[in-house]
Design a binder for this molecule. Structure first.
Ligand code: ZN
Length: 272
């Protein structure tokens, strides 16, 4: 059964098959998302994604063994820190915070952790951390990307010509609108483009030749730093629901595989 970690009593936790239960830890961020979307956009998306995910998993599996940990509301947002309202951990703080949580979980006998990454800037650190958790603590730390942004149904929600859409753009703004439209001030929206990269040969903000960009690199047409990629003006709640639903569905096969992942086999090997 999928339950919130914090809702269990100690006795219920003691009686749980912790070895085979996945702890899903949603990783949010508290950072600027342009003029129009709230600072907590990634946390709002994280909570919504968990709700959609529960529905999708319960539709295919009657008794999916997972506990949902509280969303970690602050993450690694160095790239956004110069914009008003953004809050970030330093990389080593964030690493140790997550490590300590997982060490506690390991102490109680959990073996499977799944990080739900709801802010791309968290991903590199979580990948490094996950390997250390496996190596140090024998934990299986999996990571899942919350947004299926390359899925055709998601791409189809993006307005024609909005080619740079990602952080704080049409897709993320739509997802927030699907949760609570009053949190989005669409009349203040301005589009952002990666101005320093528009005329480079191969160097792009992501891809084969890239740099760790800061959100100041993303500017409006007239060159004002805006810190977002894409044009949020076409965002709607309907588009947001499609993106959330599609992304949740795309996560289901991976979570079923994580559930099937054999934690007993390796223990047997170590004992022999
Ligand atoms: Zn975001």
């Amino acid at each position: 059964m999928i339950r919130n970690y914090q809702d269990l009593t100690r006795l219920e936790m003691e009686q749980l098959d912790r070895k085979h239960t996945i702890v899903l830890i949603p990783l949010g961020a508290l950072e600027q998302h342009g003029n129009q979307a709230p600072l907590g956009t990634d946390d709002i998306i994280a909570n919504a994604m968990v709700s959609y995910l529960k529905e999708e998993l319960e539709a295919v599996c009657e008794d999916f063994p997972m506990l949902v940990f509280p969303v970690i509301p602050v993450g690694l947002s160095t790239e956004h820190k110069n914009f008003c309202g953004s809050v970030t951990f330093r990389p080593d703080t964030y690493y140790h915070l997550l490590y300590d949580i997982c060490e506690s979980l390991a102490r109680h006998g959990f073996k499977k952790i799944a990080f739900l990454i709801c802010h791309g800037g968290n991903a590199p650190l979580v990948q490094i951390l996950s390997r250390e958790l496996r190596s140090d603590l024998g934990l299986y730390a999996f990571y899942l990307s919350s947004g299926a942004f390359s899925h055709p149904d998601v791409k189809a929600t993006v307005s024609p010509g909005n080619i740079w859409d990602f952080h704080g753009g049409e897709m993320e703004t739509s997802m927030v609108m699907a949760v609570d439209p009053s949190l989005v001030k669409l009349d203040t929206a301005q589009a952002g483009i990666p101005a320093p990269f528009l005329h480079t040969r191969a160097l792009k903000p992501y891809g084969g030749a890239s740099i760790s960009w800061m959100s100041e690199d993303w500017k409006t047409e007239d060159g004002t730093p805006i810190g977002i990629g894409g044009d949020p003006s076409g965002a709607t709640a309907e588009k947001g629901s499609i993106i959330l639903r599609t992304s949740a569905r795309e996560l289901v096969p991976g979570l079923l595989d994580i559930s099937d992942w054999d934690v007993d086999e390796e223990a047997d090997e170590q004992n022999s």
